[in-house]
Design a protein around this ligand. Structure first.
Ligand code: SRM
Ligand code: SF4
Length: 582
C-alpha cells in the first residue's frame, strides 16, 4: 500500500474506526475491506492467508484461506498463571498453532477466522490483557529485560516500562466500541489524541528497556532504548538511545538496519517526558511521503543527530546529562534456574522459535507437549505460590518466575515430563537460535524461517561437531525476509530470506547487541551456506583466542568488512572496537 493511502486511511478513519464493524459483519467473505485491513492493525490484529494453500485455492477459484493473527499488548511480557491458563484456553478454542511468544514479549494467536475474531478479542480482554496498539503506526509493545536476577531494579524498571506503555496508548475509544461493545457517545470519532494527532505516527515505533549486563532486549535495535543505570542495587536513571531499527529492503540502499545512538542520561522521573518528546518529534518530522523511509532512524539520519537531540530537549524542557558508563556482557537469554534477591527462584525455559504447541519434535526427534506442560505448571503456580509469574523474554523464551524454593523439584519434574527441559542438553547454538514466524502466515515472507530453524540448526550442529566446537556459543538468527523480525542483523550468523530455499548469509555481529553483521554471501541455498561456513568454522576452531566469540573472530580476521552507522555516518569497522558502546 502506498504511503499516501496509509496516511489518508489513518486520517479518514474516525480515530481508527473506519468501517471495521461493517467489514466484520459481512458474511460473504472471510476478509475485511481494504482500508479496514490497515486499521485493524492498530487494534492488534493482521489479516493473513494460509500461503501453503494459496496457489491451490487460486486454481480452484476459491478466495484465499483468510484468517487473522492477533497480538497482545503485554509490556515487559509478564502474565499471571491465571492469565496464562486463559490465554491457553483461547488458543485452544479459537486459534491454530497454539501460543506464539514473539521477539517483543507478546503472544500471537494465528489462524483466527473472521467470525471468531470478536469472541477471541473479548476473551483476551476478559483475561485483563488487551491488544490495543500492538501493531500499527503507534508505540508498540514496550520490551523490557526479562531476567529477574536483579529483582529490585527489575521491579522498578518494569513499573517504568508499564507507565511508558500506558502513557503512549492512543485515546480513541474505537477499540472498546468495536470489540467490547462500549456504547458510542457524542464526540466519539473525534477524541483528542494529544500525542498522536489525526494521522498517528509516520510508522511503527518501538521502545525497549535493558538492564546491564544483560542486553536481552537488543536495546540498540529499538527506536527508543533506555539502559538502566543501577548502582549499589539502586536504579539511578537511564541512558537514552535513539534511532535503532532492523528493517531493510533487498537491493534498496536507502533502507538499512541501524543501531541506536546514546544521547544522554536522564533521571527516572524524566522518563515519560523524554519518551513523549521523542515520539512527538518523530510524529512531526518523520517522513510521511516515503513509507520505507519513515522510521525514526531515517529522521535522525536525514536531519542530524544533534538537531534531533536539541529538538527532544526543547520539547522535554530540560537537557540530558552526559551518558553514564555501563557494560553489556551478553544479549540473548540465560537458561536454567537462578535465585533472586528475595530468595525466590526463576527458571528460564527454551521455547524453540517461541511456538508453544503439543506434538512438535525436539532436537532429538522426540515429540514434546509444551502447551500441556506449561498448562500444568501454570495450574501448579496458581494454587501453590502467590506472586509467581510467567515472563516472556524478548528472545521468544519463557521465565517461570517468583517460585518458592520448595516448588522447584515439582516444576523440574513437570518440565522433564513434557519435554520443556530441552535447555539442559541443547547445544548453545540451539538454545540461542531465533527465527521469525515467516511461512505460512506472514504475507511478507520470501523464505521459511521458524519451520526451517530445527533442520538448519541440526546441520550446523553437525558441522560444529566435525570441527570439535559443538559447544561454541554462536548466536544464529533466521528471518524469512529483510524486515528483520528476529533481529537477524545482530546475529553472529544470520540467514535473511531472499527466495524459497535461498538466503543472504550475514556474519560478524557481536554477542552483546552492539555491532551489526555484514553481508557475506548473497542469495545462496543451504548447501552453499554450509559450504561457506565450513572453512570459517574450521579456522575458528583452530585459531580462536581464549573465550573469543565467532562474530568477534570474523571481524578480527577481517573476514567480514563491517561498517557501522553512528550518528548517521558510516564508520569502517577498524575504527570501532568490540568494547565501543554505541
Ligand atoms: Fe515484525 C512486519 C512478525 C518483531 C520488523 N512482523 C511483521 C508482520 C506483521 C508481517 C506483515 O507486516 O504483514 C509479521 C507477522 C508474521 C506472522 O505471521 O505472525 C511480523 N515481528 C513479527 C514477530 C511476531 C516475529 C517473531 O517471530 O516473533 C515479532 C512481533 C513483535 C511484537 O510482539 O510486537 C516481530 N518485527 C519485529 C522486530 C524485532 C523487534 O521489534 O525487536 C523487528 C525489527 C525491529 C524494527 O522494527 O526495526 C520487526 N516487522 C518488521 C518490519 C520492518 C519494519 C521496518 O522498519 O522496515 C515489518 C514490515 C513493515 O513494517 O512493513 C514487520
Ligand atoms: Fe515476516 Fe519478514 Fe518479519 Fe519474518 S522477518 S515475520 S518473513 S516480515
Amino acid at each position: 500500500m502506498t504511503t499516501t493511502s496509509v496516511e489518508e486511511i489513518k486520517q479518514g478513519s474516525q480515530r481508527l474506526r473506519g468501517s471495521l464493524l461493517e467489514s466484520l459483519a459481512d458474511p460473504v467473505t472471510g476478509a475485511l475491506r481494504e482500508d479496514d485491513q490497515t486499521l485493524i492493525k492498530y487494534h492488534g490484529s493482521y489479516q493473513q492467508d494460509d500461503r501453503d494453500v494459496r496457489e491451490a485455492r487460486r486454481l480452484a477459484k476459491l478466495e484465499p484461506a483468510y484468517s487473522f493473527m492477533i497480538r497482545t499488548r503485554t509490556p515487559g511480557g509478564v502474565v499471571t498463571p491465571g492469565q496464562w491458563l486463559k490465554l491457553d484456553a483461547i488458543a485452544t478454542a479459537f486459534a491454530e498453532r497454539g501460543l506464539r511468544i514473539t521477539t517483543r514479549q507478546a503472544f500471537q494467536f494465528h489462524g483466527v477466522i473472521k467470525t471468531g475474531l470478536k469472541a477471541t478479542m473479548q476473551a483476551i480482554n476478559a483475561a485483563l490483557i488487551d491488544t490495543l496498539a500492538a501493531c500499527g503506526d503507534v508505540n508498540r509493545n514496550v520490551a523490557m529485560a526479562a531476567n529477574p536476577l536483579q529483582s529490585r531494579a527489575h521491579a522498578a524498571v518494569h513499573a517504568h516500562a508499564a507507565a511508558v506503555s500506558a502513557h503512549l496508548l492512543p485515546n480513541t475509544r474505537a477499540y472498546y466500541e468495536i470489540w467490547l461493545d462500549e456504547e458510542r457517545i457524542a464526540g466519539s470519532g473525534e477524541e483528542s489524541e494529544p500525542i498522536y494527532g489525526n494521522a498517528y505516527l509516520p510508522r511503527k515505533f518501538k521502545i525497549g528497556f535493558a538492564i546491564p549486563p544483560c542486553n536481552d532486549v537488543d536495546v540498540f535495535a529499538q527506536d527508543l532504548g533506555f539502559i538502566a543505570i543501577v548502582e549499589d542495587g539502586q536504579l539511578r536513571g537511564y541512558n537514552v538511545s535513539i534511532g535503532g531499527g532492523m528493517g531493510a529492503t533487498h537491493g534498496d540502499a536507502e533502507t538499512y538496519p541501524r543501531l541506536g545512538d546514546t544521547i544522554g542520561f536522564i533521571a527516572p522521573e524524566q522518563l515519560i517526558a523524554i519518551a513523549e518528546a521523542v515520539v512527538t518529534a518523530q510524529r512531526d518530522y518523520g517522513n510521511r511521503a516515503v513509507r520505507k523511509r519513515a522510521r525514526l532512524k531515517y529522521t535522525i539520519d536525514d536531519r542530524g543527530l544533534d538537531w534531533f537531540k536539541t529538538e527532544v530537549e526543547r520539547r522535554a524542557g530540560f537537557s540530558l546529562l552526559p551518558p553514564r558508563p555501563f557494560a553489556f556482557r551478553h544479549n540473548g537469554d540465560r537458561f536454567g534456574w537462578i535465585e533472586g534477591e528475595d530468595g525466590r527462584a526463576h527458571l528460564t525455559l527454551r521455547i524453540p522459535a517461541g511456538r508453544i504447541v503439543d506434538g512438535a519434535l525436539d532436537g532429538r526427534g522426540e515429540e514434546v507437549r509444551h502447551l500441556s506442560g506449561l498448562r500444568e505448571i501454570a495450574r501448579l503456580l496458581e494454587t501453590h505460590t502467590a506472586g509467581a509469574e510467567l515472563r516472556m523474554t524478548p528472545n521468544q523464551n519463557l521465565v517461570i518466575a517468583g517460585i518458592e524454593t520448595n516448588l522447584r523439584a515439582r516444576i523440574d519434574a513437570l518440565a522433564a515430563e513434557y519435554g520443556l527441559d530441552g535447555y539442559r542438553n541443547a547445544s548453545p547454538l540451539r538454545r540461542h537460535a531465533l527465527a521469525c514466524v515467516a511461512l505460512p502466515t506472514c504475507g511478507l515472507a520470501m523464505a521459511e524461517a521458524e519451520r526451517y530453524l530445527p533442520d538448519f540448526v541440526a546441520k550446523l550442529e553437525t558441522l560444529l561437531a566435525r570441527h570439535g566446537i559443538a559447544d561454541a556459543p554462536i548466536h544464529l538468527r533466521i528471518s524469512g525476509c529483510p524486515n528483520g523480525c528476529s533481529r537477524p542483523y545482530l546475529g553472529e550468523i544470520a540467514l535473511i530470506g531472499k527466495a524459497p530455499g535461498r538466503y543472504n548469509l550475514m556474519l560478524g555481529a557481536d554477542h552483546r547487541g552492539q555491532r551489526l553483521n555484514a553481508l557475506y554471501r548473497e542469495n545462496i541455498d543451504e548447501a552453499r551456506i554450509l559450504d561457506a561456513l565450513d572453512p570459517l568454522l574450521a579456522d575458528y576452531a583452530r585459531q580462536r583466542g581464549p573465550d573469543e566469540r565467532f562474530g568477534d573472530f570474523l571481524v578480527r580476521r577481517a573476514i567480514v568488512a563491517i561498517a557501522q552507522r553512528r550518528a548517521g555516518k558510516i564508520i569502517p569497522i577498524e575504527h570501532i572496537s568490540a568494547e565501543t558502546e554505541p
